[in-house]
Structures are given as C-alpha cells and as structure tokens.
Write a protein that binds this ligand. Structure first.
Ligand code: ATP
Length: 268
C-alpha cells in the first residue's frame, strides 16, 4: 500500500497520495508495514531488509534466537531507532521523521522487556498518569481491580506484567508491540496473559506484534509468524504451519540445528 495520510469513515478508508485519492475498503490497509527495513546501532544494521506486515486484529509473532534483532525491530517501529534504510508505515502513513511521542499519539503502544512501569507509583496512579481508567482496564484483567492502591514495586512479576499490558490496552492502540512479556514469569502466567491479548486484538481490531521466548505459546494465539535469523528473515507463515515445523523452529530459534534443547522446553 502506498504511503500517505489515512482517514476512515464507516466502512471506507482513504489514502491521500499526492495527486491521487485512493478509496479502499477498511481493513485492507495493514496496521503496520515494514518495507525492506534495515536498522541498527551506530549505523551498522543489525536488521537487514526486513519486510513484514501486521493487519487489523491480527496477532503476529516475531521470533528468533537471542540477538537476532527482534527488539531492534520493535525499537525502530516505536521511533527509538532511526532506520538506515527502508520504510515503517502505520496504517499507510510513513513514520519517517515522526517522533516516538507522536507515534504513541498515532496509536503505537510498546511494552518493553522492563515493562515501563514505575515502582513508586500505585496501580491506580499509573492509569491517572496516562489519563486512562483502572476500571476499564480491570475489565481485561479483573485481578488488577483490588490492587489499585498497591505500589507497582510490591506487585508480583505476573501482576506487574498485567499492569504493563493493561496500561497499553487502555490507550486503545492501533498497534500493540509486546517485547518478552514472559521475562521472569512462569509459563502458566504467560498462558493466562496471552489469550487476553488475543481477545483484545480480535475485538478491537488492534494489530499485535509479539516478541516471545515461549514460541509455542506465542504461536498458539498468533495468526502468523516471522522468524529472524542474524537480522534477516529466515521464514514466515501461518502460525499453525510454523508451530508444526519443529526443525525449522529449532534451527532458526536456537541459532542452528542441534544448538540447544527442543523448542517448547526452557528456551521455547
Ligand atoms: P534477545 O532475545 O536476546 O533480546 P533480540 O532478537 O531482541 O535478542 P536485539 O536486542 O535486537 O536482539 O539485538 C540485536 C543485535 O544488536 C545484537 O547483536 C545486540 O548485541 C546488538 N545490540 C543491541 N542493542 C545494542 C546497542 N544499544 N548498541 C549496540 N548494539 C546493540
């Protein structure tokens, strides 16, 4: 889809491209498009030529071994890193030159591995800070409701992650990026959190880009997946097909055939 400003009305969305007005059915413009994105640090790209899309209401898993470039990709989408080349588009709009704050206002929500919460603030204060509402968020995570007056630093890891995700959801984002939400959490907690994300994507049309070490849990709720290997796209496809291809997952995810335990174990 060409770059340009987007507006939507009823079931139609319009793409304004200089000299051209294109009207398409709503939902046909992907929430996120990465077009041959190369990005890295000190101008040396660690992610090269990555093309990826996330559609409305779609959950897409971004998988790969440690150091493959998953976090780097997410940081480029939220504007924390400037691409060396290639394009990032949100609902058709080229985000080049758009600041991280402006991207957040356009509907990009990014939950980083450290969860971005403030240990000294209570749960309720986090929502007040964001100008959102704990009650609405508690609809997604009822367990948060009785914790309103508790300082975030005193929450369990799972409760902290709930808070981080609930804050992101309460902003009704167009695109939600979750980076290693399972860090430090037991798989059983992750198994409870992921379906909430899935349900939210489906019911609100939010596109979700999910970086997750628990590969099989991620693919269980995802529609599609992309596997990065050393900064390049190694494979992509429907989540169901990817999760059945153990050899591909093991080779791509663990850095090479036979490099580690089988996917689905401690690493996946
Ligand atoms: P992990 O699962 O371990 O977080 P990842 O796939 O998210 O891995 P990235 O964090 O994107 O990988 O890292 C990709 C590469 O970029 C790695 O080689 C890493 O060492 C390098 N890198 C990450 N952050 C920086 C930085 N701030 N400066 C320089 N190089 C970095």
């Amino acid at each position: 889809m060409s770059s340009g400003h987007i507006f939507a009305s009823g079931k139609l969305a319009c793409t304004l491209i200089p000299g051209r007005l294109t009207v398409v059915k709503a939902g046909l413009i992907d929430v996120l498009e990465l077009d041959r994105l190369s990005v890295g640090y000190d101008r040396a790209p660690v992610v090269r030529d990555l093309t990826l899309t996330v559609g409305h209401g779609e959950v897409v898993a971004l998988l790969g071994a440690n150091g493959a470039g998953k976090t780097t990709t997410l940081r480029a989408v939220s504007g924390l890193l400037k691409p060396v080349s290639g394009t990032v588009r949100l609902a058709g709009q080229d985000l080049a030159g758009v600041s991280p704050t402006a991207r957040a206002r356009l509907g990009v929500a990014h939950v980083p591995p450290d969860r971005g919460i403030f240990f000294g603030l209570t749960v309720a204060e986090h929502f007040r800070l964001d100008g959102t509402d704990l009650d609405a968020a508690a609809g997604h995570f009822p367990a948060l409701r009785p914790l309103g007056s508790r300082k975030a630093g005193l929450l369990s890891g799972g409760e902290q992650q709930m808070l981080a995700i609930a804050r992101a959801l309460s902003r009704r984002p167009r695109l939600l990026m979750l980076d290693e939400m399972s860090l430090g959490l037991a798989p059983v907690i992750v198994e409870r959190l992921l379906p909430v994300v899935r349900e939210f994507a489906t019911s609100h049309g939010t596109g979700v880009l999910l970086v997750e070490q628990h590969v099989h849990l991620a693919l269980k709720i995802a529609d599609r997946g992309y596997i990065l290997s050393h900064g390049e796209l190694a494979a992509s496809g429907a989540a169901g097909a990817l999760s059945k291809d153990r050899a591909l997952l093991a080779a791509s995810y663990l850095g090479g055939p036979g490099d580690g335990p089988p996917v689905g174990s401690a690493h996946g």
